[in-house]
Design a binder for this molecule. Sequence first.
Ligand code: PLP
Length: 495
Amino acid sequence: MNLLYKSTRNNDRKVTASEAILKGLAEDGGLFVPEYIPKLDVTMDGLKDMTYQETAYAVMKQFLTDFTEEELKSCIDRAYDSKFDTEVIAPLVKVGDVYHLELFHGATIAFKDMALSILPHLLTTAAKKNNVSNDIVILTATSGDTGKAALAGFADVPGTKIIVFYPKGGVSRVQELQMVTQKGENTSVVAIHGNFDNAQSGVKALFEDRELEKELEDAGCQFSSANSINIGRLVPQVVYYVYAYAKLLQNEEIAAGEEINVTVPTGNFGNILAAYYAKQMGVPIAKLICASNENKVLFDFFRTGVYDRNREFILTSSPSMDILISSNLERLIYTIAGQDAEKNAELMAQLREKGKYEITPEMKEKLEDFVGGYATEEETGETVRRTYERTGYVMDTHTAVAASVCAKYRKDSGDEKKCLIASTASPYKFIHSVMSAIDEKYASADEFELIDELNRVSGTPIPNAIEEIRSAEIRHSRECDADRMKDTVKEILGV
Ligand SMILES: *Cc1c(COP(=O)(O)O)cnc(C)c1O
């Protein structure tokens, strides 16, 4: 029997996994969710000796039930190959008394590669299965990392085009260079005059624009999404939590059945939602610790039950988490509302109209698996520096937000369960912030001068992704105002 997917805003229509991946967002503006979270059908003991690719198949086949074994395995093999600089794909590193799950060994050195190296294959397979002959146009809003990972994944993939919007001035220099030097005839990159929330709301509005949909259809195109609103992004992210637990077991760091906590540096709530799904699949995870930077809208939400985006947008040293509207939270809201699409739609309408909503006390009770925390800029920098001084390990600023929150949680709660930290980016990607945290003397240095210095202090090799942009030609220089995104898309597509 196929596992079907519903919109978080309408319970009536159900689609298959491949249809949900193709569409990206439901027609009513809701997000696709599986009717239930499937259980793993292999034991942890069985998973322990599996490779990343084998684990990926064991997890993903439970969600993407209308893909054949051959289709899914082919997608997995094409995704998790030598694009990653290590055979284990996602290494576990013990740093002090916590375990860092390094999710940044792919082509663009941030965790977005974990899902975006497979999404293009899932999408083109889904198009074939559903006899779609239109070109798929991927529209993506990025706070910096998704954009590059999606561009790398979709560049020159036949039958696809990709347009990425990023906030001008809201991403690191390395992130911007990675995007604007992207090769591929089917790629476009646009800097918008606004922040990530403007970019994301603009993209969502384009998805919901029925007139534009018709014009695209006439031109032989249709939109899909590479953002974590696409369920095809989320499912591959469940894999590495299952894999990490199995490896902790294999390395005898934990005993069979032992519960662990997981801390995730959070922006759009995709990565931590994947950990929540892993827990529901059967991974012994106790607490899901949601770590925010100074844009701590989620911390406030877990504390008070009120989600309120009416606040100042702060640019921090962890720019990929500078987000005030966490799209994937909608999937959790729907779940804790007892899969009540009407209730969820009502709350999302309040978010759109007033910028805030409050969940009911019954809903709040169902959040007991989650702990919210946040780290200030100072705490983040301090965590990078002190960890380096004590252990020699250099982590990026996003990961440091999580490490700081995890340490505070342990101290305040006395909860001594072993803790896994989702390590979401290479320190090379946010090199200026990382090096200035280690020593103020680097604050005035140019990002590129610091590359060799980080190589020296950390002893980790300079990733290819960094070598590439040192000399690459700039290929994209388009900019637009946040309210002109539709015209820009039409111009690029020639419709
Ligand atoms: C995207 C990103 C995050 C936030 O992940 P979400 O799934 O949006 O919560 C954290 N760290 C880095 C480096 C990222 O690129």
